[in-house]
Ligand binder design. Structure first.
Ligand code: VG1
Ligand code: CO
Length: 550
C-alpha cells in the first residue's frame, strides 16, 4: 500500500445546491469526478480555519442511502481520507447510513464531521442520480460559507492524494486498517435507535401494538427500511410486514422515493381501503422526509409541524416545552399561529435544512419543518423521517385520537392554512431564469396592487439574516403576501439534475370551520390564477400545468 499523488483537472459545475452536490450517475462516474470533489472538500477541511483545526488525527463519519454507486464511492472516499490525514472513519455497515442516522453518529461520537452519499428523493439506479454532502461536527449540513469554499476549491484542484490499497470489507463490523487510518464499520442503526429511545415512551408504543394498533410504513425500497424494521417491528413489537418495501435497493425498485401522495400512491391506495390500517407513513431515499397519513386522510407537512408544536409536551423528549420553532419561508404559516398562541419564538428561514443549524445549536428552537415533507428537532441536525413517524404514533397513543381527528380539531381551534406546491419540472434553464428575473423586476410595482379582492401588502425576494451569526442569504424566493395573509411564492429548485424546476407555493387561511373541507387544489384555484397572471408560467414554458401538485 502506498499513498499516491495523481494529477487531475477541475470539472465545471461542482457547486453544491440546496442539499449537497447532486448529479446524474453518468456524471459522477466520469473518471475523477467524485475524487475531485472529495479532494476539494478534504483540502478545505485541512486548510485550518480560524480555530486552526484540520483533519489531522480526526474522525469522520461515512455512509449513504444505498443507491447505485454508493458502495463504489465509499471505497474511493476511504482511500482519499486515508491519504489526507484522517485518523479514523466510522462507516455504516454496507456503506449504509440514513441522513438522520449520520447526524446522530456524528454527534454521539463527537466526530469532526461526516460525508453522506445521497441524492435523497431523486430517482436512483444507473440512469438515476447520485449525490454527496458534508455535515459538520454539529451533525448538520455544511453552511453556505463552507460549501462555497469547497466549490471554489473544485475549480483549482490539480492533484489527488489517494491510497492504492485494496478495498476494505464494508460488510464486516469492527476495525480494519487502511494506511495509517482506522476504519470502524459500525451498525448503522444503533446510535440512532438510542436517540429515539430517549425521546419517546417505547413502553407506551409497545402497548399500542400489543392492543392491535395497525401501522403501514412504506420505506420505498430506500434506506429507511432497516431503521423502521429494527425500531418498529423488532423493538416495539409491530407485526412483521408493518414496514413494506423495507429492503434498500440500488434503484429503489424503480420507485421515486419521494414521500408525497403522487409518488407514494401505493400507500395512499392502502389507506383508502375499507381495511386500512390506523396509521400510514412513508419516507424518502435517505429517510429524512416523511409523509403521515390517517385512514383516507393525508396530513400536509406544514400542518404536521403545527400539530407537533401544539402537542409537543405529550412526548417525553419535549415535556418541558419548546424553546421555539422554525419553518422554511415557503412552508405555510400554520405553525406561526400555534407559536403565537403558545408565546414561542417562531423563525422563518430559507429553504434547506442547513439554515436551521445555527438556531438549533444556539438553543433558540426545538422543532423545525419544511413544506417538502420534512420535520425534525434538536435531537439531530437533519430532518428525520422515522422520528416524525414515532412522534405521530405517540400523539395517537397519548390522545387516543386518530390522525384525522387530531388534524380537524387543530383546524377548528387555529383555522386551516390551505396549502399546495406546484412543481414545473424540466423547464429550460434560460426560461426559468428569465421568469425569475422578470418577476424580480416587477416586484416594486406590486405592493398596493389588487388581484380581485386581495391587495398585495408585501412583494420581495426573500433575504435571510441569520440571527445567530449575522450571515445574509439573498434571493431565496419571490413572495407576494396579501392583506388576508394569503401568499404566492416562486423559487427555483436547488436539488434537480435536469433543466430547471420552478416551484410555486400557494397558501391561504380559512378560519371558518364550515369551509375547511374543500379539496385543496380547488380551494387554491384563485391564487393559482393570480400566480399565472403575475408570472405567465404557461405561456413561457408551453406547459398546460404543473408536472406535480402536492
Ligand atoms: C428540496 C426541498 C427542500 C429540502 C431539499 C432537500 O429543495 O424543497 O425543502 O430541504 O429538497 O431535501 P429544492 O431546492 O429542490 O426545492 V432532501 O430530502 O432532497 O435532502
Ligand atoms: Co431526503
Amino acid at each position: 500500500m502506498a499513498i499516491q499523488t495523481i494529477p487531475t483537472q477541475p470539472f465545471a459545475g461542482q457547486r453544491p445546491g440546496t442539499s449537497g452536490l447532486r448529479k446524474k450517475v453518468t456524471v459522477f462516474t466520469q473518471p475523477y469526478y467524485l475524487e475531485n470533489f472529495v479532494q476539494a472538500l478534504l483540502d478545505v477541511l485541512n486548510a485550518s480555519g480560524a480555530d486552526g483545526q484540520t483533519l489531522q488525527g480526526e474522525t469522520l463519519v461515512l455512509g449513504g442511502d444505498g443507491r447505485f454507486y454508493n458502495r463504489t464511492a465509499v471505497q474511493v472516499i476511504l482511500k482519499l481520507a486515508a491519504a489526507n490525514g484522517v485518523a479514523c472513519v466510522l462507516l455504516g455497515r454496507g456503506g449504509i447510513l440514513s441522513t438522520p442516522a449520520a447526524s446522530a453518529v456524528i454527534r454521539h461520537r463527537q466526530a469532526f464531521g461526516g460525508i453522506v452519499l445521497s441524492a435523497s428523493h431523486n430517482p436512483g439506479g444507473a440512469e438515476g442520480d447520485f449525490g454527496i454532502k458534508y455535515n459538520a461536527g454539529n451533525g448538520g449540513p455544511a453552511n453556505e460559507a463552507l460549501t462555497e469554499a469547497v466549490y471554489a476549491r473544485t475549480q483549482l484542484v490539480r492533484e489527488l492524494r489517494i491510497s492504492d490499497a485494496s478495498d476494505i470489507d464494508i460488510d464486516r463490523l469492527g476495525l480494519q486498517q487502511l494506511e495509517q487510518m482506522q476504519v470502524e464499520v459500525i451498525d448503522p442503526v444503533a446510535d440512532y435507535a438510542a436517540v429515539m429511545r430517549k425521546l419517546f415512551d417505547f413502553e407506551m408504543l409497545r402497548g399500542m401494538f400489543r392492543r392491535g394498533f395497525s401501522l403501514r410504513v412504506d420505506a420505498m425500497n430506500a434506506v429507511g427500511g432497516p431503521y423502521a424494521r429494527a425500531i418498529l417491528e423488532d423493538e416495539l413489537g409491530a407485526p412483521a410486514g408493518t414496514v413494506v418495501n423495507a429492503e434498500p435497493l440500488e434503484d429503489f425498485g424503480g420507485l421515486h422515493p419521494d414521500p408525497n401522495p403522487v409518488n407514494a400512491d401505493n400507500l395512499i391506495a392502502h389507506m383508502q381501503r375499507p381495511d386500512a390500517p390506523d396509521f400510514g407513513a412513508a419516507m424518502d431515499g435517505d429517510a429524512d422526509r416523511n409523509m403521515v397519513v390517517g385512514r383516507n386522510f393525508v396530513v400536509a407537512p406544514s400542518d404536521s409541524l403545527a400539530l407537533m408544536t401544539a402537542y409537543a409536551r405529550l412526548i417525553p423528549g419535549y415535556q418541558d416545552g419548546l424553546r421555539g420553532v422554525a419553518r422554511s419561508m415557503p412552508t405555510s404559516a400554520a405553525v406561526d399561529r400555534v407559536a403565537k398562541a403558545m408565546g414561542l419564538p417562531c423563525f422563518e428561514t430559507p429553504t434547506g435544512w442547513k439554515f436551521f443549524g445555527n438556531l438549533l445549536d444556539a438553543g433558540r428552537v426545538s422543532l423545525c419543518g419544511e413544506e417538502s415533507y420534512g420535520t425534525g428537532s434538536s435531537h439531530v441536525r437533519e430532518k428525520d423521517g422515522l422520528w416524525a413517524i414515532l412522534f405521530w404514533l405517540s400523539l395517537q397513543g397519548a390522545t387516543g385520537r386518530s390522525v384525522e381527528t387530531l388534524v380537524r380539531e387543530h383546524w377548528r381551534v387555529y383555522g386551516r392554512n390551505y396549502y399546495t406546491r406546484h412543481d414545473y419540472e424540466g423547464i429550460a434553464v434560460d426560461t426559468a431564469n428569465t421568469l425569475m428575473a422578470d418577476l424580480r423586476a416587477a416586484l416594486p410595482a406590486l405592493p398596493g396592487h389588487c388581484f380581485g379582492y386581495r391587495r398585495v401588502v408585501l412583494a420581495d425576494d426573500f433575504s435571510y439574516a441569520d440571527p445567530v451569526d449575522g450571515s445574509v442569504s439573498g434571493q431565496q424566493g419571490i413572495r407576494l403576501v396579501f392583506d388576508d395573509g394569503a401568499r404566492v411564492i416562486f423559487r427555483l429548485s436547488g436539488t434537480g439534475t435536469e433543466g430547471a424546476t420552478l416551484r410555486l407555493y400557494l397558501e391561504r387561511y380559512e378560519a371558518d370551520v364550515t369551509k375547511q373541507d374543500q379539496p385543496v387544489q380547488q380551494a387554491l384555484t384563485e391564487l393559482a390564477a393570480v400566480a399565472e397572471q403575475v408570472a405567465g408560467i404557461r405561456a413561457r414554458t408551453g406547459m398546460a400545468g404543473p408536472t406535480v401538485a402536492t
